[in-house]
Write a protein of this length. Structure first.
Length: 96
């Protein structure tokens, strides 16, 4: 709720028409980061699993608040399937 209030202040009354939520278990996400040795590490990558779990939970709460604009994509799939699902969602929105 605090993050939502801060964002509301920052964006005033402008809300996005679409938000894509790439749903990925935080533990798996951190494993993927560790496995990708060529990727630049940032400060969020160094946070504990509990931090990432809180962020994950927070995004899911916000997605429940705004079901009409959130589209959830299974981020645990292959890159190709995530890409294809993303294109499908965008195509549905554009052709609505």
């Amino acid at each position: 709720e605090k993050v939502y209030e801060i964002n509301k202040f920052a964006i005033d009354t402008v809300m996005p028409d679409l938000t894509l939520l790439f749903d990925l278990d935080p533990k798996l996400g951190l494993e993927r980061i560790s496995a990708n040795k060529s990727r630049e590490v940032n400060r969020l990558d160094l946070e504990k699993l509990s931090f990432h779990q809180n962020v994950y939970d927070g995004y899911h709460k916000v997605s429940e608040m705004f079901k009409d604009r959130f589209k959830v994509i299974n981020g645990e799939q292959t890159r190709e399937q995530v890409f294809n699902d993303t294109i499908k969602v965008l195509d549905e929105i554009i052709n609505k």
